[in-house]
Design a protein around this ligand. Structure first.
Ligand code: MF3
Ligand code: CO
Length: 249
């Protein structure tokens, strides 16, 4: 069963996700060549403390860090490290989840480091746009995989690959609730969407193959062909008049 949230729960989820949006915005300002992903994590931890929230990721299935920082061919779950220093031309996905009043917030943005290539810019634009294309389908009465198909068809029409090994998810009192939300699928299939569902939609897109492998650290997923990959995530609530993005200021 996909949980339905009350108005009160959606208000707390909205606050949690607004905190995520604010922290991501602050991190954007400090991303530049020469900064390590560990420094980004320390700053994120400081901002979480100031907002009165804790990391949703630290300790989750033994994940060792407070945020995920995935560079270039890293798709998701990159672990911050003082050895990973951002360089001009990189792209880096910052995935950030928090726990606030027993509810979770979760969002991700891929940022450019310094000046990036036109092809990297296009990848970022297409991935972000695919997220919004998916969100548009998150309406009461539609089917879950209408979201998936909207993302897949848009991404593939641009010649990119949709990562299949990771999915979006419901969110609430747990970071990951039902349903799983693949970024590919058949339209008009899957559970019917209803008002009160809260979903984290997170397309991961690559310039090459959709196949990934997980590195020896047990977490970092990279594209098998080492092509550049990109990740955006928003948490949304399905309301009477359609989807409302909670992870936006
Ligand atoms: N946004 C990702 C997800 O929902 C991040 C999870 S990182 C983990 O799966 F460490 F918590 F697994
Ligand atoms: Co997520």
């Amino acid at each position: 069963m996909i949980p339905i949230k009350s108005q009160e729960e959606i208000e707390i989820l909205s606050e949690a996700n607004k905190i995520v949006a604010r922290i991501l915005k602050s991190i954007k300002l400090i991303i530049k060549p020469g900064i390590s992903t560990k420094e980004l994590e320390l700053i994120a931890e400081d901002l979480m403390k100031k907002e009165g929230v804790t990391s949703a990721f630290k300790g989750y299935q033994k994940y060792p860090a407070s945020i995920c920082t995935s560079i270039n061919d890293e798709v998701v779950h990159g672990i911050p490290s003082d050895k990973r220093v951002l360089k001009n031309g990189d792209i880096v996905s910052i995935d950030l989840g928090v726990k606030f009043k027993n509810y979770y917030g979760d969002a991700a943005i891929t940022y450019a480091v310094g000046n990036i290539s036109d092809s990297a810019k296009e990848l970022i634009e297409v991935t972000e746009k695919s997220l919004y294309t998916g969100i548009e389908k998150a309406k009461a009465g539609n089917c879950l995989f209408d979201i998936s198909w909207a993302i897949q068809s848009f991404v593939e029409s641009k010649g990119y690959g949709v990562i299949r090994d990771f999915v979006g998810h419901g969110i609430g009192r747990q970071l990951h609730e039902e349903p799983q939300i693949p970024n590919y699928g058949k339209p008009h299939t899957g559970p019917i969407l209803k008002e009160g569902m809260v979903l984290s939609i997170e397309p991961m897109v690559s310039q090459g193959t959709w196949e990934v492998e997980v590195l020896d650290d047990g977490w970092t997923a990279v594209t098998l062909d080492n092509s550049l990959s990109c990740h955006f995530e928003h948490t949304i609530a399905i309301m009477k008049n359609g989807p409302v993005i909670l992870s936006k200021e």
